[in-house]
Design a binder for this molecule. Structure first.
Ligand code: PLP
Length: 317
């Protein structure tokens, strides 16, 4: 049996992630200091926030003696990719339930997942919407046997628990000396965890807000989700805000030209690569807020690079 990394190692690695100062001309013009937390560099195989969200899920599966993981996602999903890599690294079987019919040509993400040994189970978009249904679970069990289920995006209590470690690490590194923390929100599970990790009732540092830039078109229920996720780990906090209006088309597979141009300029100015679905939207949102003078000069922002660079391959960049 291949050992999972221990919790000690997990926490140590999270604490070692660099807060990189970047020179972004727009921020400099506004007198704002930008630090990028490079969680895209947390692991060679499992990138970004998915590394954190999977950690306690994998331990839970192992503790239950479960050899097989089942999870859900689309054809370009960072979560599917990360789960397939984790299964291979740590010796689990994995089934990925994929939204939509099997295409003639698999996406690079799904090709990687399959070569890592994940079995792909395609279901129609309408069946996918009820992806936790009893019938589907029964069908999966009949086909593949017993499994530990991880929801889409790794967004469960174990996911928040893992993401909280990012908030903890930031709190210990900067001790209250920052204005806002910014990150991209899909399910907002990471937002819930990071915000929870920033609060420590035994310390007197000021706790600034975490801004979650929603990448979805309809983000009406996200706020409730943050509350639910935090309740699931008994760590409710109010130091977070959802920012909508900068999703630029949600998960759409084609970038509008203005966004593509912004991405190229940002990457050449800062030397940091973004993924087109999440971190790009966060940076775009941060840029728009800076242009509106949302933050006063002298502010210090921490932007979390939640990874996902494998997803660049699905776009014509
Ligand atoms: C999955 C993902 C997110 C969204 O995380 P949530 O916890 O669902 O909000 C953000 N950034 C990247 C790069 C991701 O892959």
């Amino acid at each position: 049996m291949i050992h999972l990394i221990s919790e000690d190692e997990f926490l140590t690695r999270a604490n070692e992630i660099q807060l990189q100062e970047v020179s972004w001309p727009l921020a400099e013009k506004k007198g704002i200091e930008i630090l990028f937390r490079r969680d895209d560099l947390i692991d060679a195989y499992l990138s970004g926030n998915k590394f954190y969200k999977l950690f306690y899920n994998l331990h839970a599966a192992r503790n239950l003696g479960q050899q097989q993981l089942v999870t859900y996602g689309g054809a370009y999903s960072n979560h599917i990719h990360a789960t397939a890599m984790a299964a291979k690294l740590y010796g689990f079987n994995a089934v990925g339930v994929i939204r939509g019919e099997r295409p003639k040509v698999l996406s690079p993400t799904l090709l990687d997942a399959e070569s890592a040994g994940m079995r792909l189970h395609f279901i129609s978009r309408s069946d996918y919407r009820n992806n936790c249904s009893l019938e589907l679970n029964r069908e999966l069990e009949n086909l593949y046997g017993d499994f530990f289920e991880i929801p889409e995006g790794g967004a469960n209590a174990y996911g928040v628990q893992g993401a909280r470690v990012i908030g903890n690490a930031i709190r210990q590194a900067v001790k209250g000396d920052y204005t806002s923390i910014c990150l991209a929100a899909g399910t907002a599970n990471t937002l819930a965890g990071v915000a929870a990790g920033l609060v420590n009732t035994h310390e007197s540092y000021p706790v600034a807000n975490v801004l979650g830039f929603s990448v979805l078109k309809g983000s009406g229920v996200l706020g409730e989700q943050v509350c639910d996720y935090q309740q699931s780990i008994n760590n409710v906090s109010s130091n977070w805000r959802l920012i909508s209006g900068y999703h630029c088309g949600g998960y759409a597979k084609k970038l509008p030209p203005f966004l593509h141009k912004f991405m190229r300029e940002f990457e050449s100015d800062t030397g940091i690569q973004l993924d087109p679905v999440y971190t790009l939207k966060m940076c775009w949102g941060v840029a728009q807020l800076m242009l509106k003078n949302y933050w006063p000069s002298g502010s210090r922002l921490i932007l979390i690079h939640t990874g996902g660079l494998q997803g660049r391959r699905g776009f014509n960049l």
